[in-house]
Design a protein around this ligand. Structure first.
Ligand code: BG6
Length: 296
């Protein structure tokens, strides 16, 4: 279902027969809402989010491409999150998603403007699908369409903002004992100790070589988010906490208590594509009552 969202921006609403739903803005190919079959919102979206190009929408799932972070002349987190994507009328076959009837295919191609800062030729196809149980699946396919034999490299993240009841009641499992780069300490490398992660101050870490499954356990809500990923070895964990929250104009002062970003990513080792080559990166999110997860 296509309709108009905030400020007249085009959006697509996906509905699955048991009642779950998702909303996707063509601006940024940005998922702004994902609801379970009880109509409960599972993603965080700031009440101060700006739905106006060229600002990226604060919350949901921004796509960071062709760069995670803010190196060089490219925009922070790349340009994909603040470009207008098109509906892809001729998508390639997606064998793993054939069960889903609720999906949309979007495409972003090289533009003249973007090739000034990033002189490469690409086609980025993104399928966003709701599974029969309400799972949200994002499949990215990025192809080098350069005809002159020039390879390109990129870094990437699905910058997912999860909605949580209270950040101090949240635990993340699957990242303990791993190495990470700490963005708050000049990207220095450390090793995570001990138990599952808990949160009591600002965090901005890039965990390296992470497992394909990460769990975010919200004790108060009795809900566990399960992140499954493929082709995305790294995982960023970010919460701005109070001081950074106050410094962001599109983020409420106290909203940090109700969100946590866990971002499936490829950052430490950039992906390189030769002409004609394609990369695939998949994210699958589910939200289940915590009591259903053994041992959690
Ligand atoms: C995180 C980064 O992924 O995104 C942080 O690790 C950054 O360093 C945050 O502050 C938000 O970025 P932006 O560009 O959306 O404000």
């Amino acid at each position: 279902e296509f309709c108009k969202g905030v400020n007249g921006l085009d959006k697509v609403i996906l509905r699955e027969s048991r009642g779950s739903s998702a909303e996707v803005y063509l601006y940024g190919a940005h998922v702004t809402s994902w609801k379970n079959d009880h109509g409960e919102e599972l993603l965080f979206l700031s009440s101060k989010a700006v739905f106006k190009p060229p600002k990226a929408i604060r919350g949901g799932i921004p796509i960071c491409f062709p760069q995670f972070g803010g190196l060089g002349t490219l925009d922070q987190h790349g340009f994909a999150r603040n470009r207008l994507w098109s509906v892809d009328d001729d998508p390639p076959p997606f064998p793993t998603n054939t069960l889903s009837k609720a999906f949309v295919d979007l495409i972003l191609k090289t533009s003249e403007e973007d090739s000034k800062n990033w002189p490469h030729s690409f086609e980025y196809r993104l399928r966003i699908a709701l599974g029969p149980g309400g799972d949200l699946m994002l499949t990215s396919r990025i192809r080098n369409t350069n005809s002159e034999g020039k390879p390109f490299s990129f870094t990437f993240a699905y910058h997912t903002y999860f909605s949580v009841s209270d950040i101090s009641e949240v635990r993340v499992e699957g990242l303990e004992t791993l190495d990470y780069l700490d963005n708050l300490q000049n990207k220095e490398r450390f090793t995570e100790q001990g138990d599952a992660l808990t949160f009591e101050s600002e965090v901005d870490k890039i965990y390296l070589s992470t497992p394909t499954k990460i769990a975010i356990i919200d004790h108060e809500k009795k809900r566990t988010f399960v992140v499954r990923k493929d082709g995305l070895p790294d995982a960023v964990v970010w919460n701005p906490w109070d001081k950074k929250a106050k410094a962001m104009s599109d983020f409420g002062d106290d909203e940090y208590k109700h969100m946590l970003c866990v971002e499936a990513a490829a950052i430490e080792k950039p992906i390189t594509l030769k002409p004609g080559e394609e990369w695939k990166g998949r994210l699958e999110l589910s939200a289940v009552p915590s009591s259903y997860c053994s041992g959690q």
